[in-house]
Design a protein. Sequence first.
Length: 301
Amino acid sequence: MSAPTPDTNAGMPLVHAVNVMKAFDGNQVLKGIDLDVRKGQVICLLGPSGSGKTTFLRCINQLETIDGGRIWVDGDLMGYEDRGGTLHELNNRAIAAQRRDIGMVFQKFNLFPHKTALENIMEAPIQVKGENKAEARERALTLLDRVGLQDKPSAYPAQLSGGQQQRVAIARALAMQPKLMLFDEPTSALDPELVGEVLAVMRELANEGMTMIVVTHEMSFAREVADEVVFMDGGVVVEQGDPKSVINNPQHARTKSFLRRMQSEHHAVEHVPESLRDAVIAETHHLHDIPASNSDPDETE
């Protein structure tokens, strides 16, 4: 029997994943993932390394081809055409067209090192969507302002801090005006004092109604910003629900063990700043609090 096709006119979710499976070299990484994400929701995927979280994100965005199941985004069956219950792979052009509506932010910033912040943000709208340069530039400048980097349009990635580079990467993803944003541990490569500024931008996006699926180990973000958390382990969804229920009162032994370990670790941000401005103020205070004897006068930000 073929899986039912979601009817977006009947209030179906923006993302509808049914029995998604994926294996690499015989290793079954996803063992039948079901997930619904409604428009405007923020879903956090939690779980230990190797649990399949990143692979699932990459399957939604067609960076990996699923071996079984179905994924719909806004009513479109991702990567395939369903002909009478049989799946036929879409060609690369059709897959690229589907991918335009999904923004993805990676652990590493993946910015073009030879392009400025402004040029990095302008690149995809011009090359992929065929926007004229003036329109792409205007939106890129607006987005730089949106992520608090209005004074950095001419800066190259090497001249920016890790937090600033990740904010440019978020702006770059937003430049394509996506329906859905995927974040794959966006703060894991950052120095601890820079985590808050990125989480603050993400919180602001959530407050503006952006639909987001976030793989993260930042429990403060999952607790304070997510509408729902999903705990994955061993390629399956072990437990899911609202953050208070899952984080404060987990029902499964695997969830309890993972959360105990997370609570015992030091996290860069105990509370997600309400705004980027708050994050920058906190970061400034942190830098001022560092004893002079611990600083290196030759270091530059």
